[in-house]
Design a protein around this ligand. Sequence first.
Ligand code: ZN
Length: 285
Amino acid sequence: MRDLANRLDLCSINTATLGHREKISTVIDAAARHGYGAICPWRRDLQDENVAAIARQIRDARLTVSGYCRSTYFPALTRQELEANIADNIKAVTDAATLGAACFVLVVGSLPEGSRDLTTARAQVEDGVSRLLEHAKKVGIRLALEPLHPMYAGDRSCLNTLQQALDLAEKIEPGSPSLPSLGVAVDVYHVWWDPDLAREITRAGKANRLFGYHVCDWLVPTRDLLTDRGMMGDGVIDLRMIRALMESANYNGPVEVEIFSSLDWWKRPMNDVLAICSERLQTVC
Ligand code: ZN
């Protein structure tokens, strides 16, 4: 397993960790100054920005882009809305290509408001991802399906395990391509509890479908289902064990910190958060 001590160049900062409080240009400079090797911006960071100029700033800061977050949810109550969601994602994939992102992260969505029809939601996700993949291949961007913890099955994601995500990837992009364009992002927050985690990480690695690795920690108790993720080392996830699984499965991409924390870390100064993430990456991840 790689030693992360003094190797912050192997690590990435997902901008959500900093609470989207600063302009993206400020965050890029700060990440580079702290020694991170990569960054993962969100679409909201680039909303009023020139994407090509930001891409240039990231390159000039010698950062790579470990991913681009994230898709608009696919499922919808009408065909028209589904088409609009796919079109929105196609636009985002084009921006991911401009940024030179290693992947575009897919949080696929689940039941649209008012629906109880999970089967249709899943069918729409399959349809939407298939169509997005055609565009992604044209512009050379990989799509990373990120399964979300089952507590989000009602709204944010009808993909809840790594097995489910890999089954979908293999269905949409079959035939064991040597360089697949559809893979998975493994976020410890969502998958740490899964009894089949080792088996599915190994399976994803064999298929070259491990596109991203996100770390934070699971706090006990968790006070908010969305924005109470812990700093690495403050919770109950065996982070070293999971990284060992990832790297045994040939994952050699960045270790990306992604912490949503309205109750704690988003209230702290950006430079403190970057410094503590750096220390924890090198000591407990
Ligand atoms: Zn994630």
